[in-house]
Write a protein of this length. Structure first.
Length: 602
């Protein structure tokens, strides 16, 4: 559920030798490529890399996040079967956008054919309701269930993979990015094979949207509702729970609540606006407006004028619809500072789209609440995982006290998460603190609130809400995230400047092998950690573990299939070598640099 911190996983300990890095892996330095030939060489490199990914790396056009060089092992957010593809970015739709962008940059049909295969893979993976799950297994549903019952269920910190729901999700932008790519593919050549799946995707977004009541206009995390959904996580060995701590999923099946986690509302609104622009589907403006109103309506009253990760969609256990709700067992019933920051930014977008000052009215209250919730200097000094953070992730309802998540045990079968007020020893995989830029929020509010009526009218005249006739979407989707500002009339998504030296290095690194071998690391470039996973070896022991080796690590004992930093493992582990492999995200990044070089937009 952490869309903007995707982890590209490393390789399992049993397969280390197949992809070990070292000086021998570095490209041999060559003379600079002649200027008059560089663009042609760049296009050739793009084509060879794309064909290799399409014909050698993909499985029937589908992609996961990372691979061993010999393709004997592969990973999405967890270890994956070779027959699986990942929808969750940076998976199949991310690669598809890259191929289509390369086609737009060059006109070479080889790129379109690669994009077409990825689109057909997504169509096969599409849920009958019209959305997508995080993952899909081309070997069939029984094979997918087997994955959930073995690898998935033993990923201690990855609760969304511990249960097979059989439905689709809005989480981590998987359905949104897949839907955007399907829209682009249909618009490219009006291929009728893509129209029915596209209409299903649009219907999925509309059908899943809550209608009536406080939740009107919002979306759940998963849809359709699953009768087999879990109501709570197991809580083994409760005697290890500290006095005064709370535990479990406070509001049951979190997937049915109105969700703001990972900007679900913003992503769905953006897709619907793309359909308005590209297809002329002005009927979609009404659900867009309802979604904007839902976010505004669910802001809590002052003095705690923020939002939670999720909010109750109906009255439940004596609590009224619209109240902040708990999610996973390490996401307590609370207000969330990072979600509040995101929702303030969404209100700024909604004002720009509509020119309606009501979307700015309560922003000062939200900023004032964030100002009241800062971490103390003592908290930051005493917990290394809070370094560089300004606010706690969670704030208790009513008291405004920061809440902190902890865990005991060594795996999902003998351990559990709990919440209290102690700021020490928090998990590394889910940050206890967030960096909230209050100065930027305040400056943006001041700038927007001071706009004249004339300036607002000029801005709104180009808003995608004013679209009446179909027009082109942005040319590129893989160079950076397409945002609301890119959807205004006459907007141009300028490409970044790419130097000759960068292009030379990419071409030389590609070499004759036709693929880039890169460190399999987190997508965050500031984190140079190579991630590995334990192979599935059965369910872990349920006997109590009372040590602390795993409380602040990404992984538990050797039965835990969660990814972890090979250079910073638990004390019970040995360090593993840093690894190179084939990374879908790095492929897309490298292709983006070459695309921007051969066909820039200014």
């Amino acid at each position: 559920m952490n869309r903007r911190t995707f982890m590209l996983l490393g390789v399992a300990p049993l397969a280390l030798a197949a992809c070990r890095g070292g000086d021998d892996d570095k490209p041999t330095p060559t003379e600079p490529i002649p200027t008059d030939d560089r663009a042609g060489r760049a296009r050739d490199a793009m084509k060879r890399a794309a064909v290799f990914m399409d014909e050698r790396v993909s499985y029937r056009g589908g992609y996961v996040w990372a691979y061993l060089a010999d393709l004997s092992k592969s990973w999405g957010e967890m270890e994956a079967k070779r027959t699986m593809c990942w929808i969750q970015p940076p998976g199949t739709p991310t690669a598809g956008h890259s191929f289509l962008d390369a086609y737009h940059a060059t006109g070479d049909e080889a790129f379109y054919r690669a994009a077409e295969r990825s689109c057909l893979a997504l169509i096969e993976a599409q849920h009958p309701a019209g959305g997508w799950n995080y993952i899909y297994d081309f070997a069939g549903e029984e094979s997918l269930k087997h994955w959930y019952e073995t690898i998935g269920i033993n990923g201690w910190r990855l609760e969304e993979f511990q249960h097979y729901y059989g439905n689709a999700t809005f989480d981590d932008a998987g359905t949104a990015v897949a839907s955007q790519f399907l829209l682009r593919m249909y618009l490219e050549k009006r291929d009728p094979r893509f129209l029915e799946p596209l209409n299903k995707a649009i219907s999925f977004v509309l059908d899943a949207q809550y209608k009536g009541g406080v939740a009107d206009g919002g979306w759940p995390q998963r849809y359709p509702s699953s009768p087999n959904a879990i109501t709570s996580m197991p809580r083994p060995n409760p005697e290890q729970l500290p006095e005064g701590a709370s535990q479990g999923m406070a509001d049951g099946d979190y997937t049915r609540h109105v969700t703001f986690n990972d900007d679900v509302a913003g992503e769905n609104i953006k897709f619907l606006l793309m359909c308005v622009i590209g297809l002329g589907e002005t009927r979609l403006l009404e659900p867009v407006t309802r979604a904007m109103e839902a976010l505004r309506r669910l802001q809590q009253p002052a003095p705690q004028a923020g939002w939670g990760l999720q909010h109750l969609s109906a009255d439940q256990d004596g609590r009224l619809a619209g109240a902040p709700a708990g999610a996973r067992s390490y996401e307590p019933r609370a207000l969330a500072t990072h979600t509040t920051q995101t929702n303030i930014q969404q209100l700024f977008h909604y004002f720009r789209l509509t020119g309606d000052r009501k979307y700015l009215e309560r922003v000062p209250e939200a900023i004032a609440w964030l100002e009241s919730t800062r971490l103390t200097e003592q908290m930051i000094a005493e917990n290394p995982l809070l370094k560089g953070r300004t606010h706690p992730t969670f704030v208790e309802l009513g008291t405004n006290r920061p809440l902190f998540v902890h865990r005991y045990g060594s795996n999902v079968w003998n351990g559990a998460y709990y919440v209290d007020y102690d700021h020490h020893d928090t998990p590394s995989h889910y940050s206890a603190g967030r960096s909230i830029n209050l100065a930027t929020l305040q400056a943006t509010y001041d700038q927007l609130s001071s706009m004249s009526d004339a300036a607002i009218a000029e801005m709104v005249a180009k808003s995608p809400l004013k679209s009446t006739q179909p027009r082109a979407l942005p040319k590129y989707f893989s160079l950076r995230e397409v945002d609301f500002a890119d959807l205004y009339a006459d907007a141009v998504m300028a490409t970044p400047t790419v130097t000759d030296e960068t292009v030379d290095a990419l071409i030389q690194d590609l070499g004759t092998k036709d693929h880039w071998l890169t460190p399999v690391v987190r997508s965050d470039p500031a984190v140079a950690a190579s991630f590995v996973t334990n192979p599935y070896r059965g369910n872990g022991p349920s006997t109590p573990y009372t040590g602390d080796a795993y409380r602040s690590k990404h992984v538990g004992d050797i039965y835990d299939t969660s990814p972890y930093d090979s250079q910073d493992p638990p004390a019970t582990y040995e360090k593993k070598p840093r690894l190179n492999g084939i990374s879908t995200a790095d492929f897309v990044s490298n292709m983006g640099k070459l695309i921007a070089y051969v066909a820039p937009l200014k």
